[in-house]
Write a protein that binds this ligand. Structure first.
Ligand SMILES: Cc1cc2nc3c(=O)[nH]c(=O)nc-3n(C[C@H](O)[C@H](O)[C@H](O)COP(=O)(O)OP(=O)(O)OC[C@H]3O[C@@H](n4cnc5c(N)ncnc54)[C@H](O)[C@@H]3O)c2cc1C
Length: 494
C-alpha cells in the first residue's frame, strides 16, 4: 500500500489526490489542482490513473498520409468561454483555428438530396424567417405551422418535457422531423424523444418563458446581438466553432505536458474504491499495482465505470450512477480523391433526419470545415453511425460499417470507387444521455456522494456534454477538492 505518510517523510502536511480517468476532465482537474496548490504553497500530490495507454479519453487525433483525423470531437463552441480560456492559459491561442467562414452552412438530407439548412435556424430557433420560407426542406404547410409558433401561448405547466415534445408543440411535427430532430440528434448523439429539454438545451425553455416563444425571443436577441457587435470592438473574436491547427488532441497533450512529471500513470485501470480503515481517507485499487491511499478522490470516468468502482462501498450510489444511460457511436474517417466525389462539398457537412431511414446520421466535410486537414485534391469526410436513435448499428462489424458508409456516401454525395482509406473509431457507451429526470438523478447522485467526504465526481456524465462544460465542471471540482484539503472538516462534495 502506498500511503500518504510514505511521501511525507519531510514532515510537511501534504494532501494526496487521486484523479481517476485521464480524459479531458481528469487532466483539467489535475492541472487546476497543481496550479492552485502551488499558488497557495500547499504541498499537494496529484496522481492521475488512466486505464488506457494514452491520455485524452474521447479526444484523439491521428495523422495518416498527410491527413489529420479526429477520432472523437473535432471542435468546440466559443459562446461558452471555458475551453477558449483554457487554451489561452495553455499557450494554445496561436493554434486556434476557426471554422472556414466562406462555407459556413450545413445541409439536411431530404428524399436523398442534400439541401442547405435555412440560414439562421439554430437547433430549434429560427433567427431569420425569410430563409425558412425560401427553404425547400419544409412543405408549405410545414412552413405555415412553423410561423404559427409566434402565436402559440407559452406553456403554463412546469412538468418536464422532452426535447421532441417541446419542438413539436412549438414548431410543429414537420419542422421537428425535418430540422430539429437531425440537428439536435446529431449534436447529442441521442434520440430527442428521450432527451430532457431542461437538461440539454434549457436556453430554449428560457426563450419561451421570457419572451413567450422562440420566434419572438430569437428576433429580440438578434436585435440585441446586432447592437452589441456595433458597440464592441476590442479583443480577439472567434466564430462559433473553433479547433486547433494540429487537431483536438493538442488540448489533452498540452494539459498533460503541463503536469508535474510522473503525475499521470497510464495502463492503470482502477477496479475498486473504498474508505480507508483509519481516518477519513480513501483507498484506490488499480487492477495492476499496489493500492494507493488518498485524502481525496475525483472520479471523472463514465458513470457506469464509476458505479463499478464504488459498488462495494455504496451500492445505492452505484445503482444511481448505472441508471444514467449511454449511447454508443462509430466515427468513420473516409479519405477520397477529390474527383471521386461529385458533390461540391460547399458546406461543413450534413445531418440526416431519422425519417429518411438511412444508416448514417451525420457527416462532416472535415477539410472544408477546417484548413489543412487533408492534402490537396482530396476530400476528408467524417461519417457518424449508431448513436441513441439507431443503437443496433453499433453492432455491425468493421466490414459491414465500411460497406454501409461507402453506400450511403455514394448515394448522398456521389462518392464512387474505393476510398484512399477508411478509418473506424468506436465509442462504446461513451455519450451520456441526459434523459427526462436527468437533473433530479444528478441531484440524488450528488447528495449520496456528499455522504462520503473526500469523494468527488466530475466528467461528461453530469453537468453538460460539451468540451467547455466539462472544463468548467472539472475546474470547479478542483476548487472544491482544495477547499476540502484546506479544511478537512468541511463536506465539500462537488
Ligand atoms: C462521438 C463523440 C463526438 C463528440 N464530439 C464533440 C465535439 O465535437 N465537441 C465537443 O465539445 N464535445 C464533443 N463530444 C463530447 C466530448 O467528447 C466530451 O465533452 C469530453 O471529451 C469528455 O471528457 P471526459 O474526460 O469527461 O470523458 P472521457 O473522455 O470519456 O474520459 C474518461 C476517461 O476515463 C478512463 N477510464 C474509464 N474507466 C476507467 C478506470 N476504471 N480506471 C481508470 N480510467 C478509466 C477512460 O479510458 C477515459 O480516458 C463528443 C463526444 C462523443 C462521444
Amino acid at each position: 500500500m502506498v500511503t500518504t505518510t510514505d511521501r511525507n517523510a519531510g514532515g510537511k502536511a501534504a494532501g494526496r489526490v487521486v484523479v481517476i480517468g485521464g480524459g479531458l476532465s481528469g487532466l483539467a482537474v489535475a492541472s487546476r489542482l497543481q496550479q492552485a496548490a502551488d499558488a497557495a504553497r500547499r504541498p499537494t500530490e496529484v496522481v492521475v490513473l488512466e486505464a488506457k495507454d494514452r491520455v485524452g479519453g474521447l479526444i484523439a487525433t491521428e495523422r495518416r498520409d498527410g491527413f489529420t483525423l479526429e477520432r472523437g470531437p473535432d471542435s468546440f463552441i466559443t459562446n461558452k468561454p471555458w475551453a477558449l480560456d483554457l487554451c489561452r492559459r495553455l499557450d494554445l491561442e496561436g493554434q486556434l483555428i476557426e471554422a472556414e467562414a466562406s462555407h459556413r452552412r450545413s445541409f439536411v438530407v431530404r428524399k436523398g438530396k442534400l439541401l442547405a439548412a435555412p440560414e439562421g435556424f439554430v437547433l430549434m430557433a429560427p433567427h431569420r424567417i425569410s430563409p425558412v420560407l425560401a427553404s425547400p426542406i419544409l412543405s408549405p404547410w410545414g412552413k405555415l405551422r412553423l410561423l404559427m409558433e409566434a402565436l402559440i401561448p407559452r406553456r403554463e405547466s412546469d412538468a418536464e418535457e422532452s426535447l421532441a415534445a417541446f419542438a413539436r408543440r412549438r414548431l410543429g411535427r414537420e419542422a421537428f422531423d425535418r430540422l430539429v430532430q437531425p440537428l439536435v440528434g446529431g449534436s447529442y448523439t441521442g434520440d430527442p424523444n428521450n432527451l430532457s429539454l431542461r437538461a440539454t438545451l434549457p436556453q430554449f425553455l428560457e426563450m419561451e418563458r421570457e419572451h413567450g416563444g422562440l420566434i419572438r425571443a430569437a428576433w429580440r436577441r438578434r436585435k440585441e446581438a446586432d447592437a452589441r457587435i456595433e458597440t464592441e470592438s476590442s479583443g480577439a473574436r472567434y466564430g462559433m466553432f473553433v479547433s486547433l491547427a494540429d487537431g483536438m488532441g493538442e488540448l489533452p497533450r498540452a494539459l498533460a505536458a503541463g503536469l508535474r512529471p510522473g503525475t499521470v500513470r497510464l495502463n492503470a485501470p482502477v477496479r475498486r474504491l473504498s474508505r480507508a480503515a483509519h481516518g477519513s481517507g480513501w483507498v484506490v485499487e488499480p487492477l495492476n499495482g499496489p493500492p494507493i491511499e488518498a485524502d481525496a478522490v475525483v472520479a471523472t470516468t463514465e458513470a457506469h465505470a464509476t458505479a463499478r468502482m464504488i459498488d462495494g462501498c455504496d451500492p445505492s450510489l452505484a445503482l444511481q450512477l448505472r441508471a444514467i444511460p449511454y449511447a454508443s457511436s462509430i466515427i468513420v474517417n473516409v479519405a477520397y480523391r477529390r474527383e471521386r466525389v461529385k458533390h461540391p462539398l460547399d458546406g461543413f457537412g450534413f445531418v440526416v433526419p431519422s425519417i429518411e431511414g438511412r444508416r448514417i446520421f451525420a457527416a462532416s466535410f472535415l477539410n472544408v470545415k477546417f484548413p489543412r486537414r487533408a492534402p490537396e485534391k482530396t476530400a476528408l469526410i467524417r461519417a457518424f453511425v449508431g448513436g441513441g436513435s439507431q443503437p443496433e448499428l453499433f453492432d455491425l462489424d468493421d466490414d459491414e460499417v465500411r460497406r454501409v458508409v461507402a453506400a450511403e456516401l455514394g448515394e448522398l454525395i456521389g462518392a464512387s470507387g474505393p476510398p484512399i482509406f477508411m478509418e473506424i473509431a468506436r465509442h462504446p457507451r461513451s455519450m451520456p444521455q441526459y434523459v427526462l429526470g436527468h437533473l433530479e438523478a444528478v441531484e440524488t447522485i450528488r447528495r449520496k456522494a456528499a455522504m462520503h467526504p473526500g469523494l468527488f465526481l466530475a466528467g461528461v456524465a453530469y453537468d453538460g456534454v460539451g468540451i467547455p462544460d466539462c472544463i468548467r465542471a472539472a475546474e470547479s471540482t478542483a476548487d472544491a477538492v482544495l477547499a476540502r484539503l484546506a479544511d478537512p472538516g468541511s463536506i465539500a462534495a462537488a
